[in-house]
Design a protein around this ligand. Structure first.
Ligand code: UGA
Length: 436
């Protein structure tokens, strides 16, 4: 089928490349010309395992093209995915101005070209957005019988985006017409045949709530894990064993119960704030979400307090920070707890040497005035404390003996529980984990 993808961010690019790989003809559109040129050359603007290989393969086989013009992409396609960003406004509301802009352009193109089109909301949007999209299409001249608006939320995680898209846990397709349902099932047939993925066909409004609901529940699990971890730390229990045992109940499940310095990224903080806003508008008590957010802030703040308590005076101390990205497998630093920790230490006079396998370039744009190192051992050279803020495999496998020889004072604050406390103590470290 012929598909247009508007917006080549994380979600748009992954969706485009994967749909091309499933055999569809995909036109990806973005208004960032530099990005489009890069993509045409087969260079991925984001760090994501497998992305560049799949991109190059599909470029070579002629199933994916990149351009910066919406109109011709719309004319050529049966299905148009809207994958533009929906950043948070100050009050928590999702800012839908890019969704509106793109919808308007689609309408202006479509009113001159009478073919039936499906417009798919792939961006994470609040409930009832599809209705606004429909109204906008009509306002700018698209005939109602000539389009359907579908909600098809994306559940991919940064770092495993390709795998999550090609081997998803479920497909959610929110449709309000039989015609749109048939077309969407035709689009995903190669994936359904290959993976036998469960498909949930639901009304559009339900699909919109599923996405925000799923992200909020995952954030809730992390904050719950951190709450238990705070308690374990204070009474001398082990949060990892405690949470593992809690998660063994099949009704609870063991995933997303890892305590640490909290969640970040471009999705959870934004999406839970948007859901809270929707609840507020509906007059429903959203204090559960306030608690998720509060615990998430406490997680990194407690970590900093631990450092302050142990090191006493921060002014002038040389501190190594390993991990800047909000999680491993990505160069994304949006809402990264690592950067919040660094800002406080820096404000208290600490000298920071930082290392991350992928995120240094992005971190430098936000915090230019610390020292960045291209090697983890270089970052910890002569340091008086070592802080682990992201759970990179490379950091997990560092040699404790070599760490000890490199540091001036062997104190480790492990914000992601990447090291074995017994081994670290045996190697001569003063070791602080999270929740143990
Ligand atoms: C999240 C969801 O997991 C995806 O399903 C969703 O599609 C995506 O948002 C989105 O809305 O686009 P992502 O933000 O890429 O994906 O990252 P996650 O792997 O969910 O991790 C989020 C944060 O939670 C990270 O900072 C991670 O370190 C933290 N985390 C995760 C924990 O602190 N503990 C855990 O047990 C798990």
């Amino acid at each position: 089928m012929k598909v247009a993808i508007i917006g080549t961010g994380y979600v748009g690019l992954t969706t485009g490349v994967c749909l091309a790989d499933l055999g569809h003809h995909v036109i990806c559109v973005d208004n960032d010309l530099e990005k489009i040129e890069k993509l045409k050359r087969g260079e991925s603007p984001i760090y994501e395992i497998g992305m560049e290989d799949l991109l190059r393969k599909n470029l070579k086989e002629g199933r994916i093209v990149f351009m910066n013009e919406i109109a011709s992409a719309v004319k050529e396609s049966e299905i148009i995915f809207v994958c533009v960003n929906t950043p948070p406004k100050k009050d928590g509301h999702a800012d839908l101005k890019y969704v509106e802009q793109v919808t308007k352009e689609i309408a202006l193109t479509q009113c001159n070209h009478g073919d039936y089109k499906i417009i798919v909301d792939k961006s994470t949007v609040p409930v009832k957005t599809a209705e606004k999209v429909k109204e906008t299409l009509a306002r700018y001249g698209a005939k109602e019988a000539m389009f359907d608006v579908v909600s098809n939320p994306e559940f991919l995680k940064e770092g495993t985006a390709i795998k999550d898209t090609l081997e998803p846990d479920r497909l959610v397709i929110g449709v309000d017409s039989e015609k749109a349902k048939e077309k969407m099932l035709e689009l995903y047939k190669p994936l359904i045949d290959k993976t036998h993925v469960p498909v949930k066909i639901v009304p559009v409004r339900s699909a919109e709530i599923i996405k925000h609901g799923a992200n909020t529940f995952l954030a809730l699990k992390i904050s719950f894990a951190n709450l238990i971890a705070f308690m374990c730390e204070d009474v001398g229990a082990n949060a990892l064993e405690t949470l593992e045992a809690i998660g063994l109940d099949a009704r609870i499940g063991s995933q997303f119960l890892k305590p640490g310095i909290g969640f970040g990224g471009g999705c959870f903080p934004k999406d839970i704030a948007a859901l809270k806003k929707t609840l507020e508008i509906l007059g429903i008590d959203g204090s559960l979400i306030d608690s998720i957010e509060r615990i998430n802030e406490t997680a990194w703040q407690r970590f900093v307090k631990k450092v302050e308590k142990e090191l006493w005076v921060l002014d002038g101390k040389l501190i190594a920070v390993l991990g800047l990205a909000f999680k491993s497998g990505t160069d994304d630093i949006r809402n990264s707890p690592a950067l919040k920790v660094i800002e406080v230490l820096k404000a208290n006079g600490a000298r920071i040497r930082a290392y991350d396998p992928q995120a240094i370039e992005n971190a430098r744009k936000v915090i230019p005035d610390i020292q960045y190192c291209s090697d983890p051992y270089d970052a910890m050279k002569d340091s008086e404390a070592l802080l682990v803020c992201t759970e990179w495999e490379e950091i997990k496998t560092l040699d404790p003996k070599k760490i000890k020889e490199t540091m001036a004072v062997p104190i480790v604050f492990d914000g992601r529980n990447v090291f074995d406390p017994q081994k670290m103590k045996k190697a001569g470290f003063t070791y602080f984990g999270s929740g143990r």
